[in-house]
Design a protein around this ligand. Structure first.
Ligand SMILES: O=C(O)CCC(=O)C(=O)O
Ligand SMILES: [Fe+2]
Length: 344
């Protein structure tokens, strides 16, 4: 069995790529985290009508849901889902437990800091090492059980946190399967390919809690810098505070309107490869704001790391080489644009 730790383990990170800012004591954006203004002001978080939001909000109880999902996958590589069956009280709990964790004093959070070649624990985003500047972000990654870390944080009250994380991961797993079945059917995947995509028997899907504290100068800070997600599919809970943006050729950065109770579904690199580039792996980023502490929770789903990924057998002219999932992840840990390196 290969774990994400082994896949990324040959690329240990240095401390400044792991330790987030001490948000308890900071009162400005330090030079190390000060970004030149992007193409558009990062602090312009507008509110807008749902109609203004480009990516569709799809009701999973709608009889046309599969078609709508297929279209959104091709056009945007991203959509939102409502009426998805995940209990709303569990979503509230994951948000409140995440806030409870990030509200702890910095020195306590640092007691569960991710190790230099590890995956689980408190720390900066894994994409930090691609960039010279740090991000206005702190995260907590759960891979498998979180009991050890939770016991350090709350020796007498760790169960509540762990039970919530476990229950949420179970729900995310079910929803991911449901969505993958629909998505793969729209490109006529074979049963064997479907089994590959939904199987997770030798790997636990990582759950990433993200925290973006209010920022005194949002136009010079970046919550999460532009990236694509590596695995097949990401399910993101972004609460009711806007901050997620995605890149559209010709239109630039567009924000994803926060919709109460919805999950943002975004397709990752492995699905881009499997769909022979029919589905984009959408470039996205998170922006920060001056007054609100934004939390998001991302569940990343991928196939077994020992399995192979390649364009579906139905494509006559594969645009990507076939390789082991773990080989792709290892390449991605070194190159932000790993997809371009495996083109045929
Ligand atoms: O917080 C967000 O809106 C984006 C999170 C994200 O892209 C990630 O965790 O990979
Ligand atoms: Fe992401």
């Amino acid at each position: 069995m290969t774990t994400l730790l082994e896949v990324s383990g040959n690329d240990p990170m240095t401390d400044h790529h792991i330790i987030p800012l001490d948000f308890d004591s900071i009162d400005g954006v330090p030079e190390s985290h000060s970004w030149p203004p992007f193409d558009e002001p990062l602090n312009k978080i507008q509110t807008c009508d749902l109609q203004d939001s480009l990516i569709p909000v799809i009701d999973l109880t709608n009889s046309k849901a599969m078609n709508l999902i297929g279209q959104a996958c091709k056009q945007w590589g991203m959509f939102q889902v409502i009426n998805h069956g995940v209990p709303s009280n569990l979503v509230k709990k994951i948000e409140s437990e995440s806030r409870r964790l990030f509200a702890l004093p910095t020195h306590e959070k640092r007691r569960v800091l991710r190790s230099s070649n590890g995956v689980s624990g408190y720390g900066s985003a894994r994409i930090s090492h691609y960039f010279d500047k740090g991000m206005w972000h702190e995260g907590f990654t759960i891979m498998g059980s979180c009991v050890d870390d939770a016991k350090v944080l709350w020796p007498h009250d760790f169960q509540r946190f762990c039970d919530t994380m476990d229950a949420y991961q179970n729900q995310m797993k079910q929803l991911t399967h449901k969505l993958l079945l629909m998505i793969l059917e729209t490109i006529d995947a074979t049963q064997e390919e479907i089994d590959w995509a939904i199987s997770t028997h030798d790997s636990r899907s990582p759950l990433q809690l993200n925290s973006y504290p209010p920022c005194p100068n949002p136009s010079h800070a970046v919550g999460l810098a532009p990236h694509t997600d590596s695995l097949l599919l990401t399910l993101l809970h972004q609460g009711d505070i806007n901050g997620l943006e995605f890149f559209v050729d010709g239109l630039g950065w567009r924000h994803v309107q926060a919709v109460e109770g919805a999950f943002v579904v975004n397709l990752g690199d492995l699905l881009h490869i499997f769909s022979n580039a029919k589905f984009p792996s959408v470039s996205h980023r998170a922006v920060v704001n001056q007054s609100k502490h934004r939390i998001s929770v991302a569940y990343f789903h991928g196939p077994p790391f020992e399995s192979r990924v390649a364009p579906s057998a139905k494509f006559q002219k594969p645009r990507f080489k076939s390789l082991l999932v773990k080989e792709y992840l290892s390449l991605k840990s070194k190159h932000c644009d790993a997809l371009s390196l495996i083109q045929t």
